[in-house]
Design a protein around this ligand. Structure first.
Ligand SMILES: Cc1cc2nc3c(=O)[nH]c(=O)nc-3n(C[C@H](O)[C@H](O)[C@H](O)COP(=O)(O)OP(=O)(O)OC[C@H]3O[C@@H](n4cnc5c(N)ncnc54)[C@H](O)[C@@H]3O)c2cc1C
Length: 468
C-alpha cells in the first residue's frame, strides 16, 4: 500500500487537502505517486499505528476518502519479517521487529481476534544458551539466567527490584513528577546500570535486555524513558519474560499466503490463471491453469481463485494454519461476497464449495483485496504466473455461457460477421450474391456492402422494436 518508492530519508509524497474532490485517494488509488492528491483524511506512516488508524476510519465510514502515505517502500514500520539464509540454498523467515503479543496488550489482542488471527504461546522449554561476561557460553534451563556466579545473580535481582521500585513513581503521563526520578533525568540506562552493578555478566545481561526491549543501545536511552516504559508494562519482569501476562507471551500464528491473479488478452481472449502459495515455513509453490480461449478478466481471476483453492484442498499442508488469499480483483470478491446461493456461474459455485471444504475443520480462510502493480511481490509473481498460463493449451479449458454470449455479442457487431457470417442475413446474401457463405472478395463491391449494411440496420431496429 505504499504511496511512493522513496526511501525513508527522502521526502515522502506530498499530500494536500483541498475543497475540490477531483482526485480520489483510497483503496482504488493507493499507487498514486503524484506530488499532489486530495483526500478527506490523511494518515502519515504505515506502521501498525497508521494502518490501525486507517483501518478504523474505513471501518466506521467506508466512503471516507482516505490517503495513507508511507516514506518507505513497504508497510509495517517496525514490524518486518524477512528471509535470512541459514545454510547453503536454504532460507528461513525471521522477524526483525515486533513479533510478540501479550494478554495485557488488550487492544492488539482484540484486533487480532477481530481479524481472525490466532496466537500460540511462546515455546520456552529446553536448554538456553547465553554468552555474557567473556567468551564462555553458559547453558541453563530454568527462567533464571546462568551468569556464572551467585553474586552476579544477586546483583541482577537487586537491580530489577530497584528499577521496579523507581518505575512505580514514573508514570508515562508525568514521568518526572517525583524528585528521585527528576534526579535521573539525563542519565542513560547504561550509566545507571554501571552505577548499580559491578558484576560484568550481570551488567551485560541488563545491557542486552535493554537492547532487546527497546531495540537500541542502552547508552542511547534515557533511564527516565526506560522507567516510564517499565511502569506502563507493570514491571521489568513483565518486559523480560515469556510467561502468561508478560510481553513475550504469544506469537501470532503464521498463515498460508496465497496470491492469485488472472490474465486475458485485451480482457477477452486467451485466459490464464496463476497462484503463488507460500506456506508458513517459507516453502512455495506456483500453480497455473488455462482459463479459456474466450475469457474475460473477471473469469480469469475467478479461475485463479478456484485453481488455488483446489490445490490447497488436494495438498493439505499446514492444515491447521489460517489461509490468507490475496487477489487484486474487486469484482471477483464482490461476486463471492454475495454468498454461495447467489452465484450465477458454475465457477462461483465451485469456489464456494472449495471454501466450505477448506473451512470445514474450523480453519480460518480470509479473502483479501490487494492493489495491483504497486510492487507487492506476491501480486507481481502471481501476475507473471497468470501470463505464462495464458500460453497453455486452451482446448480443454471450459468456457461458460456468459463468456460465450458476450463473445458472440462482440462478434455480432464486426463488419466481417455482418458481411460474411450473420445467419440472420443469409437470405439477403443469397439474393445478392447467390451464396449464403461468400468470401471477402465477393462482398467487396460498395453496392453489396451498402445493401448488407442496410439489411443489418433494419434487422437491428426490428429487434429493438420487438424488445420494447
Ligand atoms: C526489534 C524490535 C522488536 C520489537 N518487538 C516487539 C514485540 O515483540 N511486541 C511488541 O508489542 N512490540 C515490539 N516492538 C515495538 C513495536 O514494533 C512498535 O511499537 C510498533 O511497531 C510501532 O508502530 P508504529 O506504527 O507506532 O510506528 P512505526 O512502526 O515506527 O511506523 C511508523 C511509520 O511511519 C513512517 N513515517 C515516519 N515519518 C513519516 C513521514 N513523514 N511520512 C511518511 N511516512 C513516515 C515510517 O517509515 C514507518 O513506516 C519491537 C520493536 C523493535 C524495533
Amino acid at each position: 500500500m505504499s504511496a511512493s518508492s522513496e526511501t525513508a530519508d527522502e521526502a515522502p509524497v506530498m499530500v494536500s487537502h483541498t475543497e475540490t474532490n477531483d482526485v480520489t485517494c483510497g483503496s482504488s488509488d493507493v499507487t498514486k505517486t503524484s506530488s499532489e492528491v486530495t483526500c478527506e483524511v490523511l494518515v502519515i506512516g504505515a506502521g501498525i499505528s497508521g494502518l490501525t488508524a486507517a483501518y478504523e476510519i474505513q471501518k466506521r465510514n467506508p466512503k471516507t476518502e482516505l490517503c495513507l502515505v508511507e516514506a518507505k517502500d513497504r508497510v509495517g514500520g517496525r514490524t518486518l519479517a524477512t528471509q535470512i539464509r541459514v545454510r547453503e540454498g536454504q532460507t528461513e523467515t525471521f522477524d526483525l521487529g515486533g513479533q510478540w503479543v501479550g494478554s495485557t496488550q488488550t487492544d492488539i489482542m482484540e484486533m487480532l481476534d477481530e481479524l481472525g488471527l490466532e496466537v500460540y504461546p511462546q515455546y520456552i522449554q529446553g536448554t538456553k544458551h547465553m554468552q555474557l561476561g567473556g567468551d564462555a557460553i553458559r547453558r541453563y534451563s530454568s527462567t533464571i539466567p546462568n551468569l556464572g556466579s551467585w553474586w552476579g545473580l544477586v546483583q541482577l535481582q537487586l537491580f530489577i527490584w530497584k528499577v521496579d521500585r523507581l518505575a512505580k513513581k514514573c508514570s508515562p503521563l508525568s514521568p518526572c513528577s517525583d524528585r528521585s526520578i527528576r534526579d535521573l533525568d539525563g542519565v542513560s540506562v547504561e550509566a545507571f546500570a554501571r552505577q548499580n552493578i559491578s558484576n560484568t555478566a550481570a551488567l551485560e545481561a541488563i545491557i542486552a535486555a535493554c537492547r532487546v526491549i527497546l531495540g537500541c543501545d542502552a547508552s542511547r536511552v534515557s533511564v527516565v524513558h526506560f522507567l516510564a516504559y517499565t511502569h506502563a508494562a507493570g514491571g521489568l519482569n513483565a518486559l523480560l519474560e515469556a510467561t502468561p501476562g508478560t510481553a513475550q507471551e504469544f506469537k501470532v500464528k503464521c498463515a498460508t499466503w496465497v496470491w492469485t491473479d488472472g490474465s486475458a488478452t485485451d480482457g477477452v481472449l486467451n485466459g490464464g490463471a496463476g497462484a503463488l502459495i507460500v506456506w508458513p515455513d517459507g516453502e512455495e509453490r506456483s500453480v497455473r491453469a488455462p482459463a479459456g480461449r474466450l475469457c474475460s478478466s473477471f473469469r480469469a481471476e475467478m479461475v485463479a481463485l478456484q485453481t488455488a483453492l483446489s490445490f490447497l484442498l488436494e495438498n493439505p499442508l499446514h492444515a491447521d494454519d489460517p489461509v490468507v488469499i490475496c487477489t487484486d480483483s474487486q469484482s471477483a470478491l464482490a461476486a463471492l461476497r454475495e454468498g454461495p446461493a447467489a452465484q450465477h456461474s458454475p465457477l462461483g459455485g465451485a469456489i464456494w464449495r472449495a471454501l466450505r471444504g477448506l473451512t470445514a475443520g474450523d480453519r480460518q480462510v480470509h479473502l483479501q483485496w490487494v492493489p495491483s502493480h504497486c510492487g507487492l511481490e506476491g501480486n507481481e509473481r502471481a501476475d507473471s504466473i497468470a501470463k505464462e498460463a495464458s500460453n497453455l493449451a486452451q482446448d480443454q479449458a471450459p468456457i461458460d455461457v456468459q463468456t460465450a454470449y458476450r463473445a458472440a455479442a462482440r462478434e455480432a457487431d464486426t463488419p466481417q460477421h455482418v458481411l460474411l457470417r450473420c445467419p440472420a442475413l443469409m437470405a439477403t446474401r443469397h439474393r445478392l450474391l447467390g451464396s449464403i457463405n461468400p468470401d471477402l472478395e465477393e462482398v467487396r463491391s460498395g453496392a453489396i456492402v451498402a445493401a448488407l449494411g442496410a439489411a443489418h440496420r433494419s434487422l437491428q431496429s426490428r429487434t429493438a422494436t420487438s424488445q420494447l
